[in-house]
Design a protein around this ligand. Structure first.
Ligand code: FAD
Length: 304
């Protein structure tokens, strides 16, 4: 309920106006690693020093003009150059709607293919984030085409709240598949997604287990300690090698937990978003946890 209200409010133009004006001072900076690429690289360096890898995201989604999509592609090429030149341990995550998917599928494919090509030259990797369910089918189709061409250098995200995901996982699993499994962050109707958190959590564990069983490289992206415990139990009981999976968390969320997993010798990675277009990303983070709204309210009171 809380989640639906916050995601709904986030679409309100008045709320959007106020938040865009003051949001960075009101807590958004907790989830966003600066507005420029050099700032983001510094954040990555600090994270790497704690034994944790990064996936870097340039904030932005749902572009309306071809020129914006081309700019987005250029920004990702620059990110891959900067990662390579600085020597930090990071790959990149991107959204197809930022690459122009809503304008033209070919435009998005051309843009992302150039990014994946560059990632392949650097022996790096591109993760295609998953957006709302209106984009699931087109995202998976485009991913499949790119994966056929660059099997080692592109992966996609699968969302546990969607009924369809187990079928997608089984159909898409091939040698070299690399999936990030998440619960899902968008507001979805009951026609396509489990409405209850308990069902999403159960499906999450089933998906991770199935992905590991099928031999896929699996990024377990959750801050849910209980689910992480269940995944670890499965891993130990079934002798899943440590190099077949990693844990991922979001910048600004449960750092101690991911650091302790890194200290136990697991591969870990933090999703680091940067850039000026932070609004939609921030609203999704607030929606995930009532305490984030309190944090926001406290910052607002402190300012007044
Ligand atoms: C690396 C990564 C990449 C992601 N990529 C995508 C994607 O491509 N598409 C997509 O739809 N979703 C994505 N997500 C978001 C995901 O779908 C969930 O919305 C998000 O991770 C919250 O769910 P949870 O698994 O942490 O479990 P929850 O049950 O929501 O949370 C478990 C616990 O984690 C902590 N926690 C969770 N979220 C927050 C928060 N925002 N602030 C503070 N504490 C928090 C709380 O202690 C909470 O009790 C991604 C998440 C991660 C970690």
């Amino acid at each position: 309920m809380f989640r639906e209200v916050v995601l709904g409010l986030g679409d309100n133009p008045v709320v959007e106006g106020v938040l865009k004006r003051y949001g960075m001072q009101l807590g958004a900076s907790r989830f966003v690693a600066g507005s420029t690429l050099p700032e983001a690289i510094e954040h990555i360096r600090r994270i790497n020093k704690r034994g944790i890898k990064v996936t870097l995201d340039h904030l932005g989604e749902f572009v309306r003009q071809e020129a914006e999509a081309v700019d987005a592609k250029e920004s990702y090429l620059a990110m891959l150059d900067a990662i390579h030149q600085s020597g930090v341990d990071a790959n990149v995550s991107l959204k197809l709607s930022m690459m122009g998917l809503d304008l033209s599928r070919d435009l998005a494919k051309t843009n992302v293919a150039q990014i994946v090509q560059k990632a392949a030259e650097y022996q790096s990797f591109v993760r295609i984030d998953m957006e709302d369910s209106a984009h699931t089918q087109s995202t998976l189709e485009l991913y499949e085409e790119l994966h056929r061409e660059y099997p080692q250098h592109v992966g996609v995200v699968l969302q546990a709240y969607l009924y369809r995901t187990m079928d997608d996982l089984r159909r898409l699993s091939t040698p070299n598949s690399n999936f990030r499994i998440v619960k899902g962050a968008y507001m979805e109707p009951v026609a396509v997604a489990f409405p209850s958190k308990a069902d999403v959590d159960e499906n999450y564990v089933r998906l991770v287990q199935e992905s590991l069983r099928l031999g896929n490289y699996t990024a377990v992206a959750t801050h849910d300690e209980h689910l992480i415990g269940r995944v670890l139990k499965y891993v130990y009981e079934n002798g899943v090698p440590k190099d077949q999976f990693e844990f991922q968390m979001l910048y600004g969320v449960r750092f101690n937990l991911i650091e302790s997993l890194a200290q136990q010798g697991f591969t870990t990675r933090i999703y680091v978003p940067y850039g000026r277009d932070w609004y939609a990303y921030y609203v999704r983070r607030v929606a995930e946890r009532p305490a984030n709204l309190l944090f926001f309210a406290r910052a607002l009171i402190d300012r007044t």
